[in-house]
Design a protein around this ligand. Structure first.
Ligand SMILES: Cc1cc2nc3c(=O)[nH]c(=O)nc-3n(C[C@H](O)[C@H](O)[C@H](O)COP(=O)(O)OP(=O)(O)OC[C@H]3O[C@@H](n4cnc5c(N)ncnc54)[C@H](O)[C@@H]3O)c2cc1C
Ligand SMILES: NC(=O)c1ccc[n+]([C@@H]2O[C@H](COP(=O)([O-])OP(=O)(O)OC[C@H]3O[C@@H](n4cnc5c(N)ncnc54)[C@H](O)[C@@H]3O)[C@@H](O)[C@H]2O)c1
Length: 443
Protein backbone atom coordinates (compact mmCIF):
# COMPACT_ATOMS: atom_id res chain seq x y z
CA UNK A 1 0.00 0.00 0.00
CA UNK A 2 1.18 3.55 -0.77
CA UNK A 3 -0.45 5.00 2.37
CA UNK A 4 -2.00 4.01 5.69
CA UNK A 5 -4.67 6.74 5.43
CA UNK A 6 -5.74 8.75 2.38
CA UNK A 7 -8.17 11.67 2.82
CA UNK A 8 -10.31 12.85 -0.10
CA UNK A 9 -10.70 16.58 0.65
CA UNK A 10 -8.53 18.98 2.66
CA UNK A 11 -11.17 20.80 4.76
CA UNK A 12 -11.52 20.88 8.53
CA UNK A 13 -12.76 17.28 8.55
CA UNK A 14 -9.42 16.11 7.13
CA UNK A 15 -6.76 18.61 8.16
CA UNK A 16 -7.21 18.32 11.93
CA UNK A 17 -6.86 14.53 12.02
CA UNK A 18 -4.26 14.19 9.24
CA UNK A 19 -1.56 16.11 11.16
CA UNK A 20 -1.61 14.07 14.40
CA UNK A 21 -1.90 10.81 12.40
CA UNK A 22 1.21 11.69 10.41
CA UNK A 23 3.07 12.88 13.51
CA UNK A 24 2.32 9.48 15.10
CA UNK A 25 4.10 7.72 12.21
CA UNK A 26 1.20 6.80 9.91
CA UNK A 27 1.76 7.36 6.17
CA UNK A 28 -0.90 9.95 5.37
CA UNK A 29 -2.01 11.60 2.12
CA UNK A 30 -4.53 14.38 1.51
CA UNK A 31 -6.09 14.78 -1.96
CA UNK A 32 -7.62 18.14 -2.94
CA UNK A 33 -9.10 19.25 -6.25
CA UNK A 34 -9.76 22.89 -5.35
CA UNK A 35 -8.32 25.48 -2.99
CA UNK A 36 -6.52 23.89 -0.10
CA UNK A 37 -8.37 24.11 3.24
CA UNK A 38 -11.91 23.64 1.92
CA UNK A 39 -15.01 25.78 2.46
CA UNK A 40 -14.49 27.17 5.97
CA UNK A 41 -11.02 28.50 5.28
CA UNK A 42 -11.62 29.90 1.79
CA UNK A 43 -15.30 30.55 1.15
CA UNK A 44 -17.21 30.02 4.39
CA UNK A 45 -16.69 30.94 8.06
CA UNK A 46 -13.46 32.93 7.78
CA UNK A 47 -14.41 35.09 4.80
CA UNK A 48 -17.92 35.65 6.15
CA UNK A 49 -16.77 36.74 9.62
CA UNK A 50 -14.28 39.20 8.08
CA UNK A 51 -17.09 40.84 6.09
CA UNK A 52 -19.32 40.87 9.17
CA UNK A 53 -16.85 42.56 11.53
CA UNK A 54 -17.65 46.20 10.65
CA UNK A 55 -21.36 45.37 10.85
CA UNK A 56 -20.95 44.00 14.36
CA UNK A 57 -19.07 47.12 15.47
CA UNK A 58 -21.49 49.49 13.71
CA UNK A 59 -24.50 48.02 15.49
CA UNK A 60 -22.87 48.59 18.88
CA UNK A 61 -21.97 52.18 17.96
CA UNK A 62 -25.57 52.76 16.86
CA UNK A 63 -26.82 51.56 20.25
CA UNK A 64 -24.86 54.36 21.93
CA UNK A 65 -26.09 57.21 19.71
CA UNK A 66 -26.65 60.28 21.88
CA UNK A 67 -25.20 58.23 24.74
CA UNK A 68 -21.55 58.87 24.02
CA UNK A 69 -21.49 58.68 20.22
CA UNK A 70 -22.78 61.32 17.87
CA UNK A 71 -22.85 59.86 14.38
CA UNK A 72 -21.92 56.45 13.06
CA UNK A 73 -18.84 55.46 11.03
CA UNK A 74 -19.23 55.14 7.24
CA UNK A 75 -18.85 51.61 5.85
CA UNK A 76 -16.89 50.97 2.67
CA UNK A 77 -17.47 47.63 0.91
CA UNK A 78 -14.56 47.87 -1.53
CA UNK A 79 -12.04 48.61 1.25
CA UNK A 80 -13.46 45.80 3.35
CA UNK A 81 -13.23 43.37 0.42
CA UNK A 82 -9.55 44.31 -0.02
CA UNK A 83 -9.02 43.73 3.72
CA UNK A 84 -10.80 40.36 3.44
CA UNK A 85 -8.35 39.32 0.70
CA UNK A 86 -5.43 40.30 2.99
CA UNK A 87 -6.81 38.22 5.86
CA UNK A 88 -8.08 35.18 3.96
CA UNK A 89 -6.09 34.65 0.77
CA UNK A 90 -2.92 33.34 2.44
CA UNK A 91 -4.69 30.84 4.71
CA UNK A 92 -4.98 28.14 2.05
CA UNK A 93 -1.22 27.94 1.50
CA UNK A 94 -0.51 28.19 5.22
CA UNK A 95 -2.80 25.18 5.85
CA UNK A 96 -1.11 23.25 3.06
CA UNK A 97 2.35 23.97 4.52
CA UNK A 98 1.25 22.81 7.99
CA UNK A 99 0.35 19.44 6.45
CA UNK A 100 3.59 19.29 4.44
CA UNK A 101 5.63 20.15 7.53
CA UNK A 102 3.87 17.37 9.44
CA UNK A 103 4.98 14.89 6.74
CA UNK A 104 1.62 14.52 4.95
CA UNK A 105 1.77 13.82 1.19
CA UNK A 106 -0.30 16.27 -0.87
CA UNK A 107 -2.09 14.93 -3.95
CA UNK A 108 -3.62 17.49 -6.30
CA UNK A 109 -6.70 16.71 -8.40
CA UNK A 110 -10.08 15.03 -8.38
CA UNK A 111 -10.15 11.65 -6.62
CA UNK A 112 -12.34 8.74 -7.77
CA UNK A 113 -12.57 5.20 -6.48
CA UNK A 114 -11.00 2.40 -8.47
CA UNK A 115 -11.61 -0.22 -5.78
CA UNK A 116 -11.97 -0.39 -1.96
CA UNK A 117 -8.32 0.49 -1.42
CA UNK A 118 -7.42 2.50 -4.52
CA UNK A 119 -8.25 5.96 -5.80
CA UNK A 120 -7.36 7.47 -9.13
CA UNK A 121 -6.28 11.12 -9.40
CA UNK A 122 -5.54 12.48 -12.86
CA UNK A 123 -4.85 8.97 -14.14
CA UNK A 124 -2.46 8.02 -11.29
CA UNK A 125 -3.48 5.26 -8.90
CA UNK A 126 -2.83 5.50 -5.15
CA UNK A 127 -3.50 2.66 -2.72
CA UNK A 128 -4.27 3.06 0.96
CA UNK A 129 -5.24 0.77 3.84
CA UNK A 130 -7.89 3.26 4.95
CA UNK A 131 -9.61 5.96 2.89
CA UNK A 132 -11.54 8.85 4.47
CA UNK A 133 -14.09 10.74 2.33
CA UNK A 134 -14.17 14.38 3.44
CA UNK A 135 -15.55 15.88 0.27
CA UNK A 136 -17.90 18.40 1.94
CA UNK A 137 -20.90 20.05 0.32
CA UNK A 138 -21.65 22.48 -2.51
CA UNK A 139 -24.41 25.11 -2.79
CA UNK A 140 -27.74 23.74 -4.00
CA UNK A 141 -28.91 25.33 -7.25
CA UNK A 142 -32.67 25.73 -7.62
CA UNK A 143 -34.03 23.71 -10.52
CA UNK A 144 -36.13 26.37 -12.22
CA UNK A 145 -35.79 28.12 -15.58
CA UNK A 146 -33.32 31.01 -15.28
CA UNK A 147 -31.57 29.82 -12.10
CA UNK A 148 -28.25 30.08 -13.95
CA UNK A 149 -28.63 33.86 -13.39
CA UNK A 150 -28.42 33.34 -9.61
CA UNK A 151 -25.36 33.59 -7.38
CA UNK A 152 -24.38 31.40 -4.44
CA UNK A 153 -22.61 32.05 -1.11
CA UNK A 154 -19.19 31.57 -2.72
CA UNK A 155 -19.94 34.36 -5.22
CA UNK A 156 -21.35 36.65 -2.53
CA UNK A 157 -18.19 36.39 -0.43
CA UNK A 158 -16.07 37.65 -3.35
CA UNK A 159 -18.47 40.33 -4.65
CA UNK A 160 -16.14 43.24 -5.41
CA UNK A 161 -18.98 45.79 -5.77
CA UNK A 162 -22.15 45.34 -3.79
CA UNK A 163 -25.34 45.49 -5.94
CA UNK A 164 -28.00 48.11 -5.17
CA UNK A 165 -30.86 45.63 -4.96
CA UNK A 166 -30.57 42.02 -3.86
CA UNK A 167 -33.10 39.20 -3.60
CA UNK A 168 -32.19 36.32 -1.30
CA UNK A 169 -34.06 33.03 -1.70
CA UNK A 170 -34.19 30.92 1.49
CA UNK A 171 -34.38 31.49 5.23
CA UNK A 172 -31.42 29.54 6.57
CA UNK A 173 -27.94 30.39 7.84
CA UNK A 174 -26.55 31.73 4.55
CA UNK A 175 -29.68 33.79 3.82
CA UNK A 176 -29.77 35.51 7.21
CA UNK A 177 -26.04 36.18 7.49
CA UNK A 178 -25.86 37.57 3.93
CA UNK A 179 -28.98 39.72 4.48
CA UNK A 180 -27.39 41.16 7.64
CA UNK A 181 -24.15 42.09 5.90
CA UNK A 182 -25.61 43.38 2.60
CA UNK A 183 -28.25 45.49 4.37
CA UNK A 184 -25.67 47.15 6.63
CA UNK A 185 -23.70 48.18 3.54
CA UNK A 186 -26.74 49.95 2.05
CA UNK A 187 -28.08 47.22 -0.24
CA UNK A 188 -31.87 47.02 -0.67
CA UNK A 189 -32.50 43.41 0.45
CA UNK A 190 -35.60 41.24 0.04
CA UNK A 191 -35.65 37.76 1.57
CA UNK A 192 -38.04 35.40 -0.22
CA UNK A 193 -39.24 32.29 1.62
CA UNK A 194 -41.44 29.52 0.33
CA UNK A 195 -42.66 28.89 3.89
CA UNK A 196 -43.06 31.02 6.98
CA UNK A 197 -40.18 29.79 9.14
CA UNK A 198 -36.78 31.45 9.30
CA UNK A 199 -33.83 29.65 10.93
CA UNK A 200 -35.73 26.45 11.57
CA UNK A 201 -34.21 24.75 14.62
CA UNK A 202 -33.55 27.97 16.56
CA UNK A 203 -35.83 29.27 19.33
CA UNK A 204 -38.52 31.01 17.28
CA UNK A 205 -39.38 33.88 19.68
CA UNK A 206 -35.72 34.98 19.44
CA UNK A 207 -35.66 34.43 15.65
CA UNK A 208 -38.69 36.73 15.47
CA UNK A 209 -36.69 39.45 17.30
CA UNK A 210 -33.95 39.14 14.70
CA UNK A 211 -36.44 39.33 11.83
CA UNK A 212 -38.07 42.41 13.39
CA UNK A 213 -34.67 44.06 13.81
CA UNK A 214 -33.78 43.43 10.15
CA UNK A 215 -37.22 44.68 9.05
CA UNK A 216 -36.71 47.88 11.05
CA UNK A 217 -33.50 48.38 9.06
CA UNK A 218 -35.33 48.00 5.75
CA UNK A 219 -34.93 44.28 4.95
CA UNK A 220 -38.17 42.97 3.44
CA UNK A 221 -39.39 39.44 4.13
CA UNK A 222 -41.75 37.94 1.52
CA UNK A 223 -43.18 34.80 3.13
CA UNK A 224 -44.96 31.87 1.41
CA UNK A 225 -43.68 32.73 -2.07
CA UNK A 226 -42.31 30.04 -4.36
CA UNK A 227 -40.16 31.31 -7.21
CA UNK A 228 -40.94 29.43 -10.43
CA UNK A 229 -38.75 31.17 -12.98
CA UNK A 230 -36.26 33.97 -13.54
CA UNK A 231 -35.29 35.98 -16.59
CA UNK A 232 -32.90 38.80 -17.41
CA UNK A 233 -34.63 42.10 -18.28
CA UNK A 234 -33.19 45.55 -18.86
CA UNK A 235 -34.26 46.46 -15.31
CA UNK A 236 -32.50 43.47 -13.76
CA UNK A 237 -33.29 39.83 -12.98
CA UNK A 238 -37.04 39.37 -12.84
CA UNK A 239 -38.30 36.67 -10.47
CA UNK A 240 -41.77 35.24 -11.03
CA UNK A 241 -43.56 33.16 -8.46
CA UNK A 242 -46.88 31.54 -7.75
CA UNK A 243 -50.04 33.72 -7.73
CA UNK A 244 -48.44 36.48 -9.81
CA UNK A 245 -45.60 37.28 -7.40
CA UNK A 246 -42.92 39.35 -9.15
CA UNK A 247 -39.71 41.01 -8.01
CA UNK A 248 -36.83 42.50 -9.98
CA UNK A 249 -33.34 42.69 -8.46
CA UNK A 250 -29.77 43.36 -9.62
CA UNK A 251 -28.48 40.27 -7.86
CA UNK A 252 -30.19 37.06 -6.73
CA UNK A 253 -28.59 34.97 -4.01
CA UNK A 254 -29.77 31.35 -4.13
CA UNK A 255 -29.53 30.38 -0.45
CA UNK A 256 -31.66 27.26 -0.79
CA UNK A 257 -29.24 25.00 1.06
CA UNK A 258 -26.25 22.74 0.41
CA UNK A 259 -25.84 19.25 -1.05
CA UNK A 260 -23.17 16.61 -0.31
CA UNK A 261 -20.27 16.19 -2.76
CA UNK A 262 -20.91 12.56 -3.71
CA UNK A 263 -21.01 12.92 -7.49
CA UNK A 264 -18.38 11.75 -9.94
CA UNK A 265 -16.40 9.77 -7.36
CA UNK A 266 -17.49 6.29 -8.56
CA UNK A 267 -18.97 5.49 -5.14
CA UNK A 268 -21.36 3.03 -6.84
CA UNK A 269 -18.41 1.09 -8.22
CA UNK A 270 -17.41 0.08 -4.67
CA UNK A 271 -21.02 -0.37 -3.47
CA UNK A 272 -20.82 2.52 -0.97
CA UNK A 273 -24.19 3.59 0.49
CA UNK A 274 -25.06 7.26 0.07
CA UNK A 275 -27.93 9.57 -0.73
CA UNK A 276 -27.62 12.48 -3.21
CA UNK A 277 -29.53 14.83 -0.84
CA UNK A 278 -28.30 13.82 2.61
CA UNK A 279 -24.85 12.31 2.09
CA UNK A 280 -22.86 9.23 3.04
CA UNK A 281 -24.11 6.70 5.57
CA UNK A 282 -21.65 5.99 8.38
CA UNK A 283 -21.82 3.88 11.54
CA UNK A 284 -20.97 5.06 15.05
CA UNK A 285 -17.24 4.74 14.21
CA UNK A 286 -17.67 6.93 11.11
CA UNK A 287 -17.09 3.88 8.93
CA UNK A 288 -19.18 3.49 5.76
CA UNK A 289 -20.75 0.18 4.76
CA UNK A 290 -17.47 -0.61 2.93
CA UNK A 291 -14.85 -1.79 5.49
CA UNK A 292 -11.81 0.49 5.62
CA UNK A 293 -13.64 3.45 4.05
CA UNK A 294 -14.67 6.19 6.48
CA UNK A 295 -16.25 9.63 6.11
CA UNK A 296 -16.24 12.82 8.20
CA UNK A 297 -17.45 16.41 8.01
CA UNK A 298 -20.32 17.88 6.03
CA UNK A 299 -20.58 14.98 3.57
CA UNK A 300 -21.95 12.49 6.10
CA UNK A 301 -25.58 11.92 7.07
CA UNK A 302 -26.08 13.10 10.63
CA UNK A 303 -28.39 14.99 12.92
CA UNK A 304 -25.69 17.07 14.65
CA UNK A 305 -24.98 20.51 13.11
CA UNK A 306 -22.87 20.46 9.93
CA UNK A 307 -20.40 23.09 11.06
CA UNK A 308 -16.64 23.40 11.48
CA UNK A 309 -16.35 22.35 15.16
CA UNK A 310 -18.24 19.11 14.31
CA UNK A 311 -15.90 18.38 11.39
CA UNK A 312 -12.85 19.03 13.61
CA UNK A 313 -14.20 16.73 16.35
CA UNK A 314 -14.85 13.92 13.86
CA UNK A 315 -11.43 14.30 12.31
CA UNK A 316 -9.72 14.14 15.71
CA UNK A 317 -11.88 11.12 16.63
CA UNK A 318 -10.59 9.24 13.57
CA UNK A 319 -7.04 10.20 14.53
CA UNK A 320 -7.52 8.55 17.95
CA UNK A 321 -9.21 5.53 16.34
CA UNK A 322 -6.52 4.99 13.69
CA UNK A 323 -3.69 5.49 16.21
CA UNK A 324 -5.44 2.73 18.25
CA UNK A 325 -5.91 5.02 21.22
CA UNK A 326 -9.61 4.13 21.31
CA UNK A 327 -12.06 1.55 19.99
CA UNK A 328 -15.12 3.36 21.37
CA UNK A 329 -17.91 4.75 19.21
CA UNK A 330 -17.87 8.49 18.55
CA UNK A 331 -19.55 10.34 21.40
CA UNK A 332 -20.45 13.88 20.34
CA UNK A 333 -20.24 16.57 23.01
CA UNK A 334 -22.74 19.44 23.29
CA UNK A 335 -22.23 21.34 20.00
CA UNK A 336 -22.84 25.09 20.18
CA UNK A 337 -24.09 26.68 16.96
CA UNK A 338 -24.79 30.23 15.95
CA UNK A 339 -26.00 32.45 13.16
CA UNK A 340 -23.88 35.57 12.75
CA UNK A 341 -26.72 38.03 12.40
CA UNK A 342 -26.61 41.31 14.35
CA UNK A 343 -27.81 40.62 17.02
CA UNK A 344 -26.37 37.09 16.95
CA UNK A 345 -28.41 34.03 17.85
CA UNK A 346 -26.63 31.04 19.42
CA UNK A 347 -27.72 27.83 21.12
CA UNK A 348 -26.38 24.67 22.75
CA UNK A 349 -27.80 21.50 24.27
CA UNK A 350 -31.45 20.74 24.93
CA UNK A 351 -33.71 23.06 22.91
CA UNK A 352 -36.33 25.20 24.61
CA UNK A 353 -39.07 23.65 22.45
CA UNK A 354 -38.06 20.19 23.73
CA UNK A 355 -38.00 21.46 27.33
CA UNK A 356 -41.45 23.00 26.98
CA UNK A 357 -42.79 19.75 25.52
CA UNK A 358 -41.48 17.81 28.56
CA UNK A 359 -42.15 19.87 31.69
CA UNK A 360 -41.74 16.73 33.83
CA UNK A 361 -38.06 16.56 32.75
CA UNK A 362 -37.05 20.18 32.29
CA UNK A 363 -37.71 23.72 33.40
CA UNK A 364 -36.59 26.97 31.81
CA UNK A 365 -35.62 30.42 33.06
CA UNK A 366 -35.71 33.41 30.74
CA UNK A 367 -33.81 36.72 31.09
CA UNK A 368 -34.41 39.88 29.07
CA UNK A 369 -31.28 42.00 28.63
CA UNK A 370 -33.38 45.17 28.78
CA UNK A 371 -33.45 44.61 32.56
CA UNK A 372 -29.74 43.71 32.86
CA UNK A 373 -27.65 46.69 34.05
CA UNK A 374 -24.46 45.35 32.41
CA UNK A 375 -26.13 45.18 28.97
CA UNK A 376 -27.38 48.72 29.53
CA UNK A 377 -23.79 49.96 29.68
CA UNK A 378 -23.88 49.48 25.90
CA UNK A 379 -27.61 50.39 25.75
CA UNK A 380 -28.38 46.87 24.47
CA UNK A 381 -32.14 46.56 24.82
CA UNK A 382 -32.68 43.86 22.20
CA UNK A 383 -31.25 40.66 23.66
CA UNK A 384 -31.91 37.83 26.05
CA UNK A 385 -31.05 34.36 27.24
CA UNK A 386 -33.16 31.30 28.05
CA UNK A 387 -31.58 28.53 30.12
CA UNK A 388 -32.86 24.94 30.29
CA UNK A 389 -32.40 22.92 33.50
CA UNK A 390 -33.06 19.24 34.05
CA UNK A 391 -34.96 17.78 37.02
CA UNK A 392 -31.71 17.84 39.09
CA UNK A 393 -31.31 21.56 38.41
CA UNK A 394 -28.30 21.00 36.14
CA UNK A 395 -28.00 23.27 33.11
CA UNK A 396 -28.57 21.16 29.97
CA UNK A 397 -29.33 23.77 27.32
CA UNK A 398 -29.30 27.47 26.52
CA UNK A 399 -30.18 29.86 23.73
CA UNK A 400 -29.28 33.51 23.56
CA UNK A 401 -29.66 36.40 21.16
CA UNK A 402 -27.73 39.63 21.47
CA UNK A 403 -24.33 41.22 20.87
CA UNK A 404 -22.51 38.67 23.05
CA UNK A 405 -24.61 35.57 22.33
CA UNK A 406 -21.61 33.69 20.90
CA UNK A 407 -19.38 34.13 23.97
CA UNK A 408 -22.29 33.52 26.31
CA UNK A 409 -23.15 30.20 24.66
CA UNK A 410 -19.46 29.22 24.41
CA UNK A 411 -19.18 29.65 28.17
CA UNK A 412 -22.36 27.75 28.90
CA UNK A 413 -21.15 24.92 26.65
CA UNK A 414 -18.40 24.22 29.22
CA UNK A 415 -20.97 24.18 32.01
CA UNK A 416 -23.25 21.81 30.09
CA UNK A 417 -20.51 19.49 28.85
CA UNK A 418 -19.01 19.18 32.32
CA UNK A 419 -22.45 18.77 33.96
CA UNK A 420 -21.45 21.41 36.47
CA UNK A 421 -23.75 21.54 39.48
CA UNK A 422 -25.04 24.78 40.95
CA UNK A 423 -22.65 24.37 43.92
CA UNK A 424 -19.69 23.98 41.55
CA UNK A 425 -20.79 27.00 39.55
CA UNK A 426 -20.53 29.07 42.75
CA UNK A 427 -16.81 28.24 42.87
CA UNK A 428 -16.24 29.65 39.38
CA UNK A 429 -15.25 33.29 39.64
CA UNK A 430 -14.91 35.64 36.69
CA UNK A 431 -13.65 39.16 36.26
CA UNK A 432 -16.28 41.71 37.18
CA UNK A 433 -17.83 43.32 35.17
CA UNK A 434 -17.61 41.02 32.16
CA UNK A 435 -19.78 38.92 29.84
CA UNK A 436 -18.77 35.72 31.63
CA UNK A 437 -19.59 37.15 35.03
CA UNK A 438 -22.94 38.32 33.68
CA UNK A 439 -24.17 34.97 32.33
CA UNK A 440 -22.55 32.84 35.05
CA UNK A 441 -24.45 34.66 37.80
CA UNK A 442 -27.69 33.72 36.00
CA UNK A 443 -26.95 29.98 36.13
C1 LIG B 1 -21.03 30.60 3.54
C2 LIG B 1 -20.72 29.62 4.65
C3 LIG B 1 -20.44 30.11 5.91
C4 LIG B 1 -20.15 29.21 6.95
N1 LIG B 1 -19.90 29.73 8.18
C5 LIG B 1 -19.63 28.90 9.20
C6 LIG B 1 -19.32 29.43 10.48
O1 LIG B 1 -19.33 30.64 10.70
N2 LIG B 1 -19.02 28.54 11.48
C7 LIG B 1 -19.01 27.19 11.27
O2 LIG B 1 -18.71 26.44 12.20
N3 LIG B 1 -19.30 26.66 10.05
C8 LIG B 1 -19.61 27.48 9.01
N4 LIG B 1 -19.87 26.96 7.77
C9 LIG B 1 -19.83 25.48 7.59
C10 LIG B 1 -18.37 24.99 7.44
O3 LIG B 1 -17.74 25.71 6.41
C11 LIG B 1 -18.36 23.49 7.12
O4 LIG B 1 -19.05 22.80 8.13
C12 LIG B 1 -16.94 22.94 7.01
O5 LIG B 1 -16.22 23.62 6.02
C13 LIG B 1 -16.98 21.44 6.69
O6 LIG B 1 -15.67 20.94 6.46
P1 LIG B 1 -15.42 19.62 5.60
O7 LIG B 1 -13.97 19.29 5.79
O8 LIG B 1 -16.42 18.59 5.91
O9 LIG B 1 -15.70 20.02 4.09
P2 LIG B 1 -15.19 21.19 3.13
O10 LIG B 1 -14.62 22.33 3.88
O11 LIG B 1 -16.33 21.45 2.21
O12 LIG B 1 -13.98 20.53 2.32
C14 LIG B 1 -14.20 19.55 1.34
C15 LIG B 1 -13.06 19.62 0.34
O13 LIG B 1 -13.07 18.44 -0.45
C16 LIG B 1 -12.67 18.78 -1.77
N5 LIG B 1 -13.16 17.71 -2.64
C17 LIG B 1 -14.45 17.33 -2.84
N6 LIG B 1 -14.51 16.26 -3.64
C18 LIG B 1 -13.23 15.94 -3.97
C19 LIG B 1 -12.64 14.93 -4.76
N7 LIG B 1 -13.37 13.98 -5.37
N8 LIG B 1 -11.29 14.90 -4.89
C20 LIG B 1 -10.51 15.84 -4.27
N9 LIG B 1 -11.02 16.82 -3.49
C21 LIG B 1 -12.36 16.86 -3.34
C22 LIG B 1 -13.33 20.13 -2.01
O14 LIG B 1 -12.66 20.85 -3.04
C23 LIG B 1 -13.16 20.79 -0.64
O15 LIG B 1 -12.00 21.58 -0.57
C24 LIG B 1 -20.15 27.82 6.71
C25 LIG B 1 -20.43 27.32 5.41
C26 LIG B 1 -20.72 28.23 4.41
C27 LIG B 1 -21.01 27.69 3.03
N1 LIG C 1 -22.85 30.32 11.15
C1 LIG C 1 -22.66 29.08 10.70
O1 LIG C 1 -22.22 28.20 11.42
C2 LIG C 1 -23.01 28.74 9.28
C3 LIG C 1 -23.15 29.73 8.31
C4 LIG C 1 -23.49 29.34 7.02
C5 LIG C 1 -23.69 28.01 6.71
N2 LIG C 1 -23.53 27.07 7.68
C6 LIG C 1 -23.73 25.63 7.38
O2 LIG C 1 -24.16 25.48 6.05
C7 LIG C 1 -25.41 24.81 6.03
C8 LIG C 1 -26.20 25.31 4.86
O3 LIG C 1 -26.68 26.64 5.10
P1 LIG C 1 -27.75 27.20 4.10
O4 LIG C 1 -28.22 28.52 4.59
O5 LIG C 1 -27.21 27.09 2.73
O6 LIG C 1 -28.90 26.11 4.20
P2 LIG C 1 -30.08 25.94 5.27
O7 LIG C 1 -30.47 24.53 5.16
O8 LIG C 1 -29.74 26.54 6.57
O9 LIG C 1 -31.24 26.86 4.64
C9 LIG C 1 -31.80 26.61 3.38
C10 LIG C 1 -33.06 27.46 3.24
O10 LIG C 1 -33.52 27.37 1.89
C11 LIG C 1 -34.90 27.02 1.89
N3 LIG C 1 -35.13 26.27 0.65
C12 LIG C 1 -34.71 25.03 0.34
N4 LIG C 1 -35.07 24.70 -0.91
C13 LIG C 1 -35.73 25.76 -1.42
C14 LIG C 1 -36.35 26.04 -2.64
N5 LIG C 1 -36.37 25.15 -3.64
N6 LIG C 1 -36.94 27.26 -2.79
C15 LIG C 1 -36.91 28.17 -1.81
N7 LIG C 1 -36.33 27.97 -0.62
C16 LIG C 1 -35.75 26.77 -0.42
C17 LIG C 1 -35.11 26.22 3.18
O11 LIG C 1 -36.46 26.23 3.56
C18 LIG C 1 -34.21 27.01 4.14
O12 LIG C 1 -34.87 28.14 4.63
C19 LIG C 1 -26.01 25.10 7.40
O13 LIG C 1 -26.96 24.14 7.77
C20 LIG C 1 -24.81 25.04 8.27
O14 LIG C 1 -24.54 23.67 8.49
C21 LIG C 1 -23.20 27.41 8.95
Amino acid sequence: MDFDVLFIGSGQGAYNGAIPMSQAGLKVAVAEEGRFGGVCTNRGCNAKITLDRPVEILRQVEQLQEKGFNGAPILNWEDLMAHKHEVIDGLSESNRMKLVNAGVTILTGHAKFVDDHTVSIDGHHYSSTKIVIVSGQHPHQMEIPGSELFHDSTDFLVTEHLPAKMAIIGGGYVAMESATIANAFGCDVTVILRGTKVLRGFYQPYVQKIISDLQSRGVKFNFSESIEQARQTTAGIQLNGTDGYQLTADYVLDASGRRPNVQNMDLDRIGLKFDEATGIEVDDHLQTNVPGIYATGDVIQKTVPKITPTAIFESLYLSHLFKQETTAAINYPAIPHTVFTSPRIAAVGVEVAEAKAHPEKYHIVEFDYATDWFRQVGNETNGGITIVYDADNIVVGAVSYGNDAVETINGLTDIIENKTSHEDVERLLYIFPSIAHSYMRKV
